[in-house]
Ligand binder design. Structure first.
Ligand code: SAM
Length: 275
């Protein structure tokens, strides 16, 4: 999209949803960075940073002696992050506007100079992965680490029991993202592609979760079910009948015992090996 937007949009309501989402996933995020050895004084990339809620945490982690470069193609998100970084007096945080799905994505600055890269919920939206993966492989120093959080199976997103409204939403959302060149099961393609670029997989773990209605991960799914249907409808993937079926499912879940299962989210920690 010419305005730097993508399937989910970059409007203020979506920015606020990303903020709530980061809060829900923050603990797992900090633990992942710890496992990867991200620490004070390092130079780290946040690729597809969005409004930068994780970038701000990374900048705090590396401290004034480190550097964080937050990269996204959305000028609206980057403006927001620039403003937040100035407000919080985090001069170690810089932003860069780049389309990671075009050849520009392979031109991350300071090749071989980065201790680590963080990339969450971005690969699934890229019509081309190659530029980003080439950019990462070239950007990391030997011994540098990449941490990815992305989905291996988005269609595990489900409500139990359900009358079919949630399943319809999941099926329609996947169809929308695929129509824009995305792949909601992208995590499974990363091992072969990153190995081909000389990286080594150090760890992989599941972040898939399951919870009853008020569990934070269940609330995360319900938040998305409230936010996304208008966008799906706008794109021609959602009807009034679909919406009625979804609302019937949600009403049923509110009145009875039920649990939610998240999309299958996977953490991968990769390393550019020492020579
Ligand atoms: C779901 S948001 C995730 C944001 C952030 N990584 C997080 O975890 O909160 C996806 C982000 O990918 C960015 N994005 C999508 N396509 C992109 C592209 N081709 N190049 C750069 N960024 C892209 C969007 O602008 C958006 O900020």
């Amino acid at each position: 999209m010419a305005d730097g937007s993508y399937a989910l949009g970059t409007h203020p309501a979506e920015r606020r949803r990303l903020e709530r989402q980061h809060a829900i996933w923050r603990e797992e995020t900090l633990a992942a960075w710890h496992r990867a050895g991200f620490t004070a004084g390092q130079r780290l990339l946040d690729l597809g940073c969005g409004p930068g809620f994780a970038s701000l945490d990374l900048a705090t982690l590396v401290g004034p002696g480190g550097r964080v470069l937050a990269v996204d193609r959305s000028p609206a998100y980057l403006d927001h992050l620039r403003w937040e970084a100035a407000e919080r007096r985090l001069p170690q945080l810089e932003v860069l506007e780049l389309d990671l799905a075009t050849d520009d994505g392979a031109t991350l600055p300071d090749r071989g100079g980065w201790d680590g890269a963080w990339c969450r919920w971005v690969c699934l939206f890229l019509p081309r992965l190659d530029p980003l993966l080439a950019g990462i492989a070239a950007a990391l120093r030997p011994g540098g680490r990449l941490v990815v959080h992305d989905y291996v199976r988005w269609d595990t997103f489900s409500l139990h029991p359900s009358g079919g409204g949630v399943a319809r939403f999941v099926e329609r959302t996947i169809a929308h993202w695929r129509s824009e060149g995305g792949d909601p099961d992208v995590a499974g393609r990363l091992p072969a592609q990153l190995e081909a670029r000389g990286l080594r997989l150090l760890q992989a773990r599941s972040l898939m979760a399951c919870g009853a209605g008020q569990d934070p991960k269940a609330l995360w799914l319900q938040d998305f079910l409230e936010a996304y249907p208008p966008r799906l409808a706008q794109a021609g993937f959602w009807t009034a009948e679909d919406q009625r079926a979804l609302e019937a499912d949600l009403a049923q879940a509110a009145r009875h015992q039920a649990f939610w299962v998240t999309p299958a989210l996977v953490e991968q920690i990769w390393e550019r090996p020492l020579p």
